[in-house]
Design a binder for this molecule. Structure first.
Ligand code: PBG
Length: 331
């Protein structure tokens, strides 16, 4: 942009702000329903729904009611959901084996949802944390470290099962090195050439995921450990670009930055550098923080919309946000 600004009063920036019509016409970015992706939690054995204490307004749904919820999401004009499983505790083990059971909860749920809503874009996470009794995203070696290459073997099977169930977009959120390449190759080999991959490329080791661990009931399994040996250090942005470039080279169709609000600089840098379809995840902690302040009456609920506009300004194509359904119903 060149500086064309003339002297006051030739230039009055308030002129174009003076009428609602002009403000709307000149909005540089805007939020569409198509930009919003609703994450949903599906719980094994649950009848009906149950609220998640740390995420006001968000529920876990049983298989018996999930399609009803999805219908509401579709009816407000949303094109995509991201599904997250909450499995029976007894099914968790150190290898996350339930993740590669073809008839597991998430496969059943995806099939059931796609049957009624074939046009809906279903995104599913690839990571073992909902399935392991230690809460890590991969499997452990003898010393208790997350074993990268051993994890890849399980993750690629998990991805295949999700593809078979009808997942449109596989979203590896595990942060193992090489996962995108391994998953892309096995999808191609198995004939899933149009199953897309959205890589959680710049996924930080963030405390903003706290309420999510409550939502998927993995908090008590995970305890006070960290994922620092595989998720990114919060200090780094050059490394985020490195991660994204690797994932693109390995076959990612879409890249993602996560969390959102505290990492807007990363989002902008990623979009500017690669021009790829870029998603951002407004994670559980960001959502709950705003909702808590709204419930207390300290903030107006419009702050959520404002936060989503910030993502569009920074270059996001789509936003995973727990507020998707609510916001879309008002757009
Ligand atoms: C699983 C996963 C996490 C989130 C999405 N997928 C948790 C984590 O990595 O610890 C967090 C989402 C949120 O906080 O809303 N790997």
């Amino acid at each position: 942009m060149t500086n064309l600004s003339r002297k006051f009063p030739l230039t009055r920036l308030r002129r174009t702000r003076s009428k609602a019509g002009l403000r709307a016409m000149l909005a540089e970015v805007s939020l569409k329903k198509e930009d919003l992706i609703q994450p949903v939690f599906i719980k094994e054995g649950l009848k009906g729904l149950e609220p998640i204490d740390s995420m006001p307004g968000i529920n876990r749904f049983g298989l018996d009611v999930i399609n009803k919820e999805v219908k509401e999401i579709v009816d407000v004009g949303i094109k995509s959901i991201a599904v997250f499983p909450v499995i029976n505790e007894e099914k968790k083990d150190s290898a996350g084996l339930e993740a590669v059971n073809e008839n597991n909860l998430i496969s059943m749920a995806i099939q059931q949802i796609k049957k009624e809503f074939p046009e809906l874009i279903v995104i599913a996470d690839v990571a073992l944390d909902p399935y392991t009794n230690h809460g890590h995203d991969g499997v452990l070696d003898e010393s208790g470290e997350v074993d990268n290459d051993a994890s890849l073997l399980v993750l690629k099977q998990q991805a295949l099962i999700l593809a078979k169930a009808g997942t449109d977009v596989i979203a590896p959120s595990d942060m193992m090195d090489g996962r995108i390449g391994v998953i892309r190759e096995s999808l191609e080999e198995a004939g899933f050439k149009n199953t897309a991959i959205c890589a959680y490329s710049a996924k930080y080791s963030s405390k903003f995921y706290g309420p999510f661990k409550d939502a998927v009931e993995s908090a008590k399994f995970f305890g006070n450990k960290t994922k620092d040996s595989y998720q990114m250090a919060i200090n780094n942005i050059d490394e985020a670009l490195h991660e994204v470039s690797m994932d693109i080279n390995e076959g990612a169709d879409i890249v993602m930055v996560k969390p959102g609000m505290p990492y807007l600089d990363v989002l902008k840098a990623v979009k500017d550098a690669f021009g790829m379809p870029t998603f951002v995840y407004q994670v559980s902690g960001e959502y709950s923080m705003m909702m808590a302040a709204i419930e207390k009456g300290w903030l107006s609920e419009e702050v959520i919309f404002e936060s989503l506009i910030a993502f569009k300004r920074a270059g996001a194509d789509c936003i995973l946000t727990y507020a998707a359904k609510d916001i879309a119903s008002r757009l």
